[in-house]
Write a protein that binds this ligand. Structure first.
Ligand code: CAA
Ligand code: FAD
Length: 379
């Protein structure tokens, strides 16, 4: 693995940094405060190719490698973790899944507009009774010959209200356990498909999260992804890559909070000197910098292995577990370093602390990552 970034990777990193500073920073506090979805900013992300970064250009993507994706995600999440999760779901859960597992017709119809960012996508696995225990799907898709009849409820769906294309996991043969699960492409507006109210969340408040209700929704047979019974392996395969996206989001939240804390510690004085000259504060910053660097390396390792076509279940889980813990620890310390100022909106770090928490919960909680890692190392 080459630790030297290429010219192209540095260019992507700079483009993402510039975009985050000029387009995401203004208004980020207001969007958080009022739970405003960043419509205009998402459009600009599409123009920059950030919504289909790793998709082959023949399907409308930017054709970049996964390390470039990590770099862009970090820069965007440094400023606005909500924009970052919208981007991560579209890239690593929806586009990546469709590109890897769909047939040509499905790719032309659904992947191209998603990769170009003309529309955005959502990935619908979680249910009220099937979160960590993802094989316990209650949503069903009954085979009716040339279509499936979809019934059930999904919850916690990111981009739930703003997406146009939904990848929905459902049981077709509950008696077969996880081998009876399938994945389907569902379009917004189909009869019987209802979107619940937006969740009022602790963090990532600029991204929208909804429950989705399906009542006798007719899904054409050609919208099933892969062979009959492939749905759970599809979901797990997609999530391995998705975890690199969320690890990078967590990395960005951590490095954004660290940069603010470092600057603050150099400027704020107490007892006649900048607080960074108090060893207690300097050591916090030393720990923060070390953990962030380690988290970045784990993200790069998983991204590199993905591009090499290796099994990334272990490296993706490790990156997500470590980066999300780092995000929570670093943002908490960043608030501490800011003292009272850390506790109010305009200094950003309190939002980052709220945003960090979700990275330990979604795309598999930290406890689930440890299950994946421990099973992997025992093999
Ligand atoms: N990669 C590839 N395949 C995997 C896998 C992985 N990481 N983990 C499990 N599998 C496969 C297994 O190989 C097995 O397939 P076969 O029978 O064909 O070999 C199948 O999945 C079932 O595996 P297990 O017997 O291990 O199933 P389990 O029920 O004991 O545990 C689990 C599975 C790992 C805990 C899984 O349920 C899981 O990952 N849960 C977390 C769910 C999750 O991450 N949800 C995220 C929703 S999306 C989201 O959150 C988006 C967002 O926030 C923005
Ligand atoms: P539970 O599974 O009920 O877990 C509760 C607690 O028990 C957790 O601490 C968990 O780690 C622990 N636990 C459970 N089982 C075990 C075990 N075997 N061993 C040890 N500990 C265990 N889902 C989607 O499908 N698509 C999305 O776009 C999406 N976006 C989300 C956005 C937000 C803001 C949120 C909050 C969630 C989102 N999710 C999404 C759902 C998310 O993936 C789940 O919340 C997560 O997987 C945990 O499931 P749960 O909430 O049902 O918790």
């Amino acid at each position: 693995m080459d630790l030297q970034l290429t010219e192209e990777q540095l260019m992507i990193q700079q483009a993402a940094r510039d975009f985050a500073q000029t387009e995401l920073l203004p208004g980020v506090i207001e969007r958080d405060e009022h739970s405003i979805f960043p419509h205009e900013q998402v459009k600009k992300m599409a123009e920059l190719g950030f919504l289909g970064m790793m998709v082959d250009p023949k399907y409308g993507g930017a054709g970049l490698d996964s390390v470039s994706y990590v770099l862009a995600m970090e820069e965007i999440a440094k400023i606005d973790a909500s924009a970052a999760v919208i981007m991560s779901v579209n890239n690593s859960l929806v586009c990546a899944g469709l590109e890897k597992y769909c047939n040509e017709e499905q790719k032309q119809k659904y992947l191209v507009p998603l990769a170009q960012g003309d529309v955005i996508g959502a990935f619908c696995l979680s249910e009220p009774e099937a979160g960590s225990d993802a094989t316990s799907q209650k949503t069903t898709a009954k085979d009716m010959g040339d279509y499936y009849l979809l019934n059930g409820t999904k919850n916690w769906i990111t981009n739930g209200g703003n997406a146009s294309t939904y990848v929905v996991i459902a049981h077709t043969h509950p008696e077969k356990g996880h081998k009876g699960i399938n994945a389907f492409i569902v379009e917004k507006g189909w009869e019987g498909f209802e979107i619940g109210p937006k969740e009022n969340k602790m963090g990532i408040r600029g991204s929208d999260t909804h429950s989705l209700m399906f009542t006798d929704v007719k899904v054409p047979k050609e919208n099933r992804i892969g062979e009959d019974g492939f749905g759970f392996n599809f979901a797990m395969g997609v999530l391995n890559g998705g975890r690199i996206g969320i690890a990078s989001q967590a990395l960005g939240i951590a490095s954004g909070a660290y940069e603010l804390a470092l600057k603050y510690a150099q400027e704020r004085k107490s007892f006649g000197k900048p607080i960074i000259q108090h060893q207690a504060i300097a050591f916090k910053l030393a720990d923060m910098a070390t953990h962030i660097t380690a988290a970045r390396m784990l993200c790069f390792k998983a991204a590199y292995e993905k591009d090499c076509g290796q099994d990334i279940s272990l490296s993706g889980a490790m990156a997500k577990l470590y980066a999300s813990t780092t995000a929570m620890d670093v943002t908490t310390e960043a608030v501490q370093i800011h003292g009272g100022n850390g506790y109010v909106r305009e200094y950003h770090v309190e939002r980052m602390m709220r945003d960090a928490k979700i990275t330990q919960i979604y795309e598999g909680t930290s406890e689930i990552q440890k299950i994946v890692i421990s099973r992997g190392i025992a093999k």
